[in-house]
Design a protein around this ligand. Structure first.
Ligand code: GDP
Length: 353
């Protein structure tokens, strides 16, 4: 299947004010992984979590009777603005979409506003998770349920409180120049930001937030998400770490093409471009293989989007945030030029922060 064009998994970053529930939301999404041998189960990648579309459909049940061709969502495991702005891809943000988490009981705080400004600057589509709905006084928990199901079972007072708080968020967003609505009332997704009431603690609203992200990707990004699955790989280095028995390794989010063992790659070192060859590609082992001594599973190749650990010679000097490019079919000079160009951009960015 040479040169087959496919829609890749969108990459999602979680942002928002401290303590509003970013980590809990990610944990909840990760924790939804039933037994990991099940077809379509959520899988742990290096530095990221893959939620396949089957898992999203399973969680959201009747919500999902739409024609979907986005294969799932890849969540970057590190939440926050820093991850969003320092992880770059071809000069833009590595994340294709974002969730902005706001504590529905506290409303907008400085970092919420900062996150929105960053997303506006990057023109990144996002949804708002109006989190901690279970803290509304009198809330009756319906573990893991879609929002409308649990909302219908709350008493009028509780429903009224939730509505008021959602409208406070709508008002705040309007002051900042964004049109928004509770997600189930949005008909024009190009003009309105969806607000999804959630609880990271009980999982209520989580199916909806996943479906809204799929909807955004489906409607507005399928062009930019289209990749040539067997094209040369392109990725971003999250971290450079030493691993026992492997030496220096790169934790990479691959956002385009395919990366294979034996590929020649180009990455950026502290003060020079590094050319090397992939010795091994490693994925975390599924939890079920806990008795196996090696922490990682070796794979021959990986296709975007994915988080993968790359072992290769000459990595000691590589910088976090560096682009990674595969050299294939005589494009070496072009690739080196691209990496050189992109690294200037990230160095400016790193010195800003
Ligand atoms: P972060 O700083 O944005 O990553 O926030 P955390 O995920 O660490 O959450 C901060 C605190 O709020 C923790 O004590 C969480 O258990 C709690 N928390 C997060 N989400 C919820 C929620 O939906 N409901 C309730 N009741 N507590 C939550």
């Amino acid at each position: 299947m040479a040169n087959q064009s496919a829609i890749r998994t969108p990459i999602v970053c979680v942002m928002g004010h401290v303590d509003h529930g970013k980590t809990s939301l990610l944990d909840r999404i990760r924790g939804s992984s039933v037994v990991s041998t099940e077809e379509g189960a959520i899988t742990q990648h290096i530095g990221a979590t893959l939620v396949p579309i089957d898992a999203i459909i399973r969680m959201s049940g009747a919500l999902s009777r739409v024609n979907i061709n986005v294969p799932g969502l890849l969540f970057i495991d590190t939440p926050g603005h820093h991850a969003f702005t320092t992880l770059r891809a071809r000069g833009g943000a590595l994340a294709d979409m974002a969730i902005v988490v706001v504590d529905i009981n506290e409303g907008f705080r400085p970092q919420t506003i900062e996150a929105l400004q960053i997303l506006r600057n990057y023109r990144t589509p996002f949804v708002i998770a109006a989190n901690k709905i279970d803290r509304i006084h009198g809330w009756r928990v319906h573990e893991g349920q879609p929002f409308l199901k649990t909302f219908a079972q709350q008493n009028e007072r509780v429903q009224g409180v939730l509505e008021t708080r959602v409208y406070e968020l709508v008002g705040k967003l309007s002051d900042l120049g964004f049109n928004s609505e509770r997600f189930d009332r949005v008909s024009d997704f190009a003009r309105n930001i969806c607000i999804v009431p959630t609880s990271a603690l009980t999982g209520e609203g989580i199916p909806d937030i996943l479906m809204m992200l799929i909807g955004l990707a489906q409607r507005y990004m399928t062009g930019s998400l289209r990749v040539t699955a067997d094209g040369p790989g392109a990725g971003t280095v999250l971290e450079v770490t030493e691993e026992r028995g492997l030496g220096m390794t790169l934790d990479v989010i691959l956002y385009d093409g395919t990366l294979r063992v034996g590929d020649d790659i180009v990455v950026a070192g502290n003060d020079q471009i590094v050319e090397t060859k992939v010795r091994s590609l490693l994925k975390p082992r599924p939890m079920s293989d806990i008795l196996v001594e090696e922490r990682f599973e070796r794979v021959r190749s990986v296709t975007a989007a994915a988080g993968i650990k790359v072992a290769a010679p000459k990595l000691a000097d590589v910088i976090a945030g560096s682009p990674l490019r595969v050299v294939r079919g005589g494009n070496r000079d072009e690739v080196i030029e691209q990496v050189r160009h992109e690294v200037q951009d990230i160095q400016v960015k790193l010195s800003d922060t």
